[in-house]
Write a protein that binds this ligand. Structure first.
Ligand code: ZN
Length: 132
């Protein structure tokens, strides 16, 4: 049976990386104590989700700068003016599949789940799906 739990993320800058591991874990724990693969989805087109280092805050700043730097020098046509955010969202991805055991995410020592805002500040949703 497919179950889901949604929580909100509030961002405060145009580009911002927030570590949401504890929010995802809380949502997962409310649905299962079992083993499986969770799917975590951001139902938006100008943000993304990923996994990376959760130890040194400088990494978040460095990655945010690097994201800005990889946007191609394309003359975008989209009237909303945020095609750079659509482009980065497509590259990084809007979902993640991750294993859990006993209802706990199986993450490496230095890993955290990243919510990547690319066109904030906004209020966003993150949904965790479990199919057990
Ligand atoms: Zn747009």
């Amino acid at each position: 049976m497919l179950r889901e739990e949604t929580f909100s993320v509030r961002t405060t800058a145009r580009e911002q990386i927030l570590i949401i591991t504890s929010d995802v874990q809380r949502a997962l724990s409310s649905m299962t104590k079992g083993d499986g693969i969770a799917t975590i989805v951001v139902p938006h087109t100008t943000c993304a989700i990923s996994v990376n280092e959760n130890a040194d805050p400088d990494v978040l700043e460095d990655l945010t700068k690097a994201l800005r730097a990889v946007v191609p020098k394309v003359k975008f046509a989209h009237g909303e003016g945020n095609s750079d955010a659509h482009f980065l969202s497509m590259l990084i991805g809007c979902s993640l599949s991750w294993p859990y055991r006993g209802g706990k995410l199986i993450l490496g020592t230095w890993q955290g789940i990243y919510f990547v805002e690319l066109d904030g500040p906004r209020s966003r949703k993150v949904t965790v799906y479990v199919n057990e």
